[in-house]
Ligand binder design. Structure first.
Ligand code: ZN
Length: 308
């Protein structure tokens, strides 16, 4: 899935009209050097590696505070131990926290990470149709890849070094497109609290959501080419493409108290869940086509924003 979605992102880069050739080649170079870690590193199953890693960690009986101090000292020491080592951006220990239900793009390592913890539930199940998986974890995979090319990721190159690889005129076009997203999301009102999103704060995540769902969509189209059309779900009259969008919508289905919503609007770089779905889908011509939304209807506004 990661390969299909990554290819879909590279296709977007190849076909972008607003990007000059020199910047495009650098963008492709960066994209192709993204390292991905899926589920868990194989070293976790190597007893000798694990024993070596935990060497020196002592637990004593019965004293919770002392256990905690031992663990903190051990962790701090393990970090200082590698301070003078040459940095290895693919070190398995960087990708070792596998039980978390989250995913990550790291700008300095230029890597994406999908720990075992997220490969379940609404996100992924090997036994179900792939349109559901592409709408679920696929949406997240595309999101993380796109982070490498959001307002912050774009400032780093394929080695993870802070360097400006953008030709001036293309950078101006990027900033205009990001401005569209900032203003669009800044005009979304969260009805429970009557407040608007801070589009400037959330732009990176919004750019990643918009690009991510599109890459997952086209990644799935590529997957079908290799594997054939899939059966529908019994009792539902939706097409596979519609089921892709519905599965993507399920990913951020949730409910929050107004107090939390208010707090998150101030500090969270992610838009509230509803807008993480409706925003990208309102901007998607593919979504409107698959659901026959007339132009000018709430989910198919005439003015759309698109970065990637
Ligand atoms: Zn993100």
């Amino acid at each position: 899935m990661v390969n299909y979605i990554h290819e879909a992102f590279n296709d977007i880069l190849h076909n972008l009209e607003w990007m000059d050739e020199a910047t495009r080649q650098r963008a492709l170079k960066k994209s192709k050097s993204i390292y991905s870690s899926i589920a868990y590193p194989p070293e976790l199953l190597d007893d000798s590696k694990i024993r070596e890693y935990y060497d020196g960690l002592m637990f004593t009986q019965g004293d919770l505070l002392q256990q905690y101090r031992n663990l903190t000292k051990f962790t701090t020491h393990s970090i200082f131990k590698i301070l003078r080592d040459k940095v290895n951006k693919r070190d398995w220990r960087i990708y070792g926290k596998v039980a978390v239900v989250n995913a990550h793009y790291n700008r300095v390592y230029n890597s994406i990470r999908f720990p075992a913890g997220i490969l379940q539930g609404v996100f992924f199940d090997a036994e179900r149709p792939m349109y559901q998986n592409f709408g679920g974890i696929g949406f997240i995979i595309g999101h993380e890849i796109t982070h490498g090319f959001d307002n912050k990721g774009k400032q780093f190159d394929g080695n993870g070094d802070l360097s400006n690889w953008w030709e001036k005129e293309t950078e101006i076009k990027f900033l205009e497109k990001a401005r569209c997203i900032i203003e669009q999301y800044g005009n979304f009102t969260v009805p429970e609290v009557g407040l608007n999103i801070n589009g400037k704060l959330t732009q990176g995540e919004d750019i990643a959501d918009n690009g991510g769902v599109k890459e997952a969509y086209y990644g799935y189209k590529k997957w079908i080419k290799d594997h054939g059309e899939e059966p529908l779900l019994p009792g539902l009259s939706y097409t596979p493409s519609q089921l892709f969008w519905i599965s993507a919508g399920n990913v951020w289905c949730g409910k929050s108290r107004p107090e939390l919503l208010k707090k998150l609007l101030l500090i969270d770089t992610h838009s509230p869940k509803r807008f993480r779905i409706n925003g990208p889908m309102m901007n998607s011509e593919e979504f409107s086509r698959d659901f026959n939304c007339p132009v000018g209807s709430p989910m198919n506004p005439k003015d759309k924003c698109k970065v990637w």
